[in-house]
Design a protein around this ligand. Sequence first.
Ligand code: SF4
Ligand code: SF4
Length: 246
Amino acid sequence: KNETMKIESDSVVLAIGQQPDFAFLSDADGIRIGPGGTIKIEPETLATSAPGVFAGGDAAFGPRIAIEAVANGKTAARSIHAYLGGSDPGTDLQVSITRVPAEEHRMPAGYERKKRETAPTTDVDRRTGIAEVEHAMTEEQARTQAERCLVCHVDTVYDPIRCVLCNRCADVCPEKCLTFAPIEQVDMPAEQRQAALARYGHDPGVPLTVLLKDDTACIRCGLCALRCPTEAMTMERFHFAESLRS
Ligand code: SF4
Ligand code: SF4
C-alpha cells in the first residue's frame, strides 16, 4: 500500500474480481451459498436448497457469458413448470444442413481486415458513482463490427470420395489453413488411422492422402469451395433448433 514499483512486462491485463451480493438473504430463506460465493444449485434443474427457488447465471455458476444465462433461464422455466405440477417434457434438437452454392457465398468486402473496436467509454477522471462507463457504439460502428462476423454456422465440408487431389483449394486459401499430407506423416491416434484406412484405403498399392484443416485460421471466405472443380469442397449451412418435446 502507498508503495509504487515498476515491473517490466509485455502486456498488462486488468482483472477485477466480482461476486454477487447476497446480503439480502437470511437463514430463514434456506438458500445455501457454496464456498465459491455462488448459490448452490442442482445443475440439471437449477433448483436451490430452498424448495421452489431456482437460480442460474453468474449468481449460480460464477462469471460466464450472457448466452449461458439465457439458457439457464429456459432450463429454470421448465423446472418451475415441473415444480408447479406440470411435467418437464424435455427438448428435441433438430439439426439441418444445407449446401450454399459456392458462387452465392459472399462475405462483406474487406471483412477480414476490419479491426476490432471497443465501445466508447467515459474518461477515467469523469467517472463518478454509478455513472455509465461504457457507451453504445454508433450504428455505423455496430454495422462495421457486425461485418467482422465469420459466420461460423456456414463452414467448409470436404468429401474425400469426390476429391481428385488437384490441390486448388489449398492453393487458393488466403489463410493457408489447408494442407494435404500422406497419412504416414500425420500424427493421429491409432484408432483414427485404422478407421481412415478401413474406410478409404481400398487399394493397398495407392498411398492415402489426408486433408488437414486448421479451423482456427479459417475465415469462411469460401474460396476453396469456389475453386474446387468436383464439389469435393463445399460450403454448408448448419442450423440448430431446440424445441419442447410434444
Ligand atoms: S473458407 Fe477460405 S479460409 Fe477457410 S479453408 Fe476455405 S479458402 Fe481457406
Ligand atoms: S480443390 Fe477440390 S478436388 Fe481439388 S484438392 Fe481441393 S477438395 Fe480436392
